[in-house]
Design a protein around this ligand. Structure first.
Ligand code: 5AD
Ligand code: SF4
Length: 435
């Protein structure tokens, strides 16, 4: 029996898919190289913008064909779109056998049994399933042997007016620190070198537990023997305080890289988004980060064309991008999400103008990204070797999260090595191993 999982969306969904693979493996399933060979196909969906919504429906249209040769094959839909609009998907794609929400994943074995017996297996509950922590006992099936995600907090208590996440993933629930450390220990014993702590808002970790803070968790993870690198995604500018920044600077394993979404540069738009900070306050945090961690690589998310955004507002976003000099910017066109407060606001700008601004912004950032990468030429950096491409070609990452291509021996896999950067491109670096 074989399974195939298609994942859309963010790090949380990737992790959930790795857990579902773990569950299926426990049930005796093997991964299928091609969806056409699978007995179970799972589509783990995202709902953050309209585009991913559409991609899911077209993927389902394709996967439907699996039933031609294998009428008993099971197709399941889960994740954020399933949580928000599971019944709608079922109507649009009635050939689906299973639909379940973001907090019901641990019920996959039961749902699969039900679907196999010919029933539609549907479980989408609005309140958070108290039993969701059961998922923690399953192993993840990772593609990368040396780096691993670890969920530390689920859900989000912020109420950004454009965002669907609070509706698809619920209130913040931090995992107990002992359980996190146990998972980290297990991963390190399995050969993992880099631990990537994930959550919709990791910097809020511990608020609901009351007795532990995110920076304390960073120290605790660093104390697990064998942890060589630590990353975390995503932090919120409002919760990122000086004690976190100090811990980042102080803990040798915490990498010099941070994704800190700003969303917009204009105070008027930030307020309409209910982000809880002004441009000045955000830039203060960036200044502090650069002070404590001078070589930090920064990245951000931007939304262009939020209701009410004028050209002057947009120019404030451009100003921030030029001033901060991010290594990477992920920019999106605003997409109204049903049920969110912003969905009731009138779209004020012509979509063509918004597209033009988006591409202008991406072009500005392209030059900045290249400039940042060029600073690496001639420098020696630490690289974790993650992949062997064959023919002696290896791929790894710097602590600042830059891809590095190099020539070397495959027994370097999983090792931290010193590399001299010989060439910088916009999206990656080329280097030579220093013996
Ligand atoms: N429209 C466009 N982009 C959005 N994002 C979240 N919600 C929306 C929306 N409604 C972006 C934000 C977030 C990233 C994951 O997706 O920039 O940080
Ligand atoms: Fe998409 Fe947000 Fe869900 Fe992640 S949490 S999968 S980004 S909707």
């Amino acid at each position: 029996m074989k399974y195939y999982i298609r994942t859309f969306g963010c790090q949380m969904n990737i992790y959930d898919s790795q857990k579902m693979a773990g569950i299926l493996k426990n049930l005796g399933y093997e991964p299928a190289e091609d969806w056409k060979d699978a007995d179970v196909i799972l589509v783990n969906t995202c709902s953050v913008r309209e585009k991913p919504d559409q991609k899911v429906l077209s993927a389902l249209g394709e996967f439907k064909k699996v039933k031609k040769d294998n009428p008993n094959a099971i197709i399941g839909v889960c994740g954020c779109l399933a949580q928000r609009a599971g019944y709608e998907i079922l109507q649009k794609a009635p050939f689906i056998d299973m639909v379940f929400g973001t907090t019901n994943i641990h019920h996959l074995p039961k749902l699969l049994e039900e679907a196999k017996s010919g029933n539609k297996a549907v479980e989408i509950i609005e309140e958070i399933d108290q039993g969701e922590v059961e998922l923690d006992k399953y192993p993840t099936v990772r593609e990368n042997e040396y780096t691993a995600y670890v969920t530390i907090i689920r859900g989000c208590d912020k109420a950004c007016t454009y965002c669907i996440v609070p509706y698809t993933r619920g209130k913040e629930r931090s995992r107990r620190i002992g359980e996190i450390l146990q998972e980290v220990q297990f991963l390190v014993e399995d050969g993992v070198k880099e631990i990537h702590l994930i959550g919709q808002n990791v910097t809020a970790y511990g608020k609901d537990l009351g007795d532990v803070k995110f920076w304390e968790l960073l120290y605790a993870v660093a104390n697990v023997k064998g942890v060589e690198r630590i990353r975390f995604t995503t932090g919120h500018p409002r919760d990122l305080d000086e004690s976190i920044i100090k811990a980042m600077a102080d803990i040798p394993q915490v990498c010099e890289a941070l994704h800190l979404p700003i969303q917009a540069g204009s105070d008027k738009i930030l307020s309409a988004m209910d982000r809880g900070y002004t441009q000045k306050e955000y830039l203060k945090k960036i200044e502090l980060l650069k002070k404590y961690i001078p070589n930090i690589a920064l990245s951000t998310d931007i939304i262009v064309g939020f209701p009410g955004e004028t050209y002057q507002d947009y120019l404030q976003t451009v100003k921030v991008i030029k001033e901060v000099e991010y290594d990477q910017v992920f920019a999106f066109k605003y997409s109204p999400r049903p049920g969110t407060p912003a969905a009731d606001l009138d779209i004020t700008e012509n979509p063509e103008i918004v597209s033009k601004r988006l591409s202008e912004l991406i072009n500005i950032q392209k030059d900045i990204s290249l400039k940042k990468n060029l600073q690496y030429e001639g420098k020696i950096v630490e690289v974790l070797v993650e992949e062997d491409k064959g023919n002696g070609e290896l791929v790894g990452r710097t602590r600042t999260n830059k891809l590095v291509h190099l020539i070397g021996r495959n027994n370097l896999l999983g090792r931290l090595i010193d590399v001299k950067i010989s060439q910088a491109n916009r999206f990656s670096l080329v280097g030579e191993i220093i013996e």
